[in-house]
Design a protein around this ligand. Sequence first.
Ligand code: FEO
Length: 129
Amino acid sequence: MSDIFKWNDEYLIGIDEIDEQHKRLFSIAATFEQAKTDSQSIKALMEVFRYTREHFTLEEEFMKKVNYPGYYEHEQEHETFIDELNDLVADFDNSLEERDKLIALLAHWVVDHICNSDHLISSFVDTKT
Ligand code: FEO
């Protein structure tokens, strides 16, 4: 087991509702990484899908509420992630290769997207207060 999906408070963006969802996404991604059986992997993957969509909806509503100027680009990143996830899941057979691809995609998204793109939302909010 790696620490790739271990939560670190450096990932906090300072918007409580979004931070709580990000922590949950890390936890679900860790559950997928640690799954031992096909059924555990599929169950975790379905939860990644479900919760990611729930999170994107909340975050996009927040961006609209605060009139975030980078809304369109950010929403496109979310769509791209969902498309890539869909493509990988379509061929998913729980092989080591498929698992590695999914873990790489989740790592890219949960770590890089949160640390970079999501942080820009809170930076924008900070400039307004
Ligand atoms: Fe927290 Fe833009 O996803």
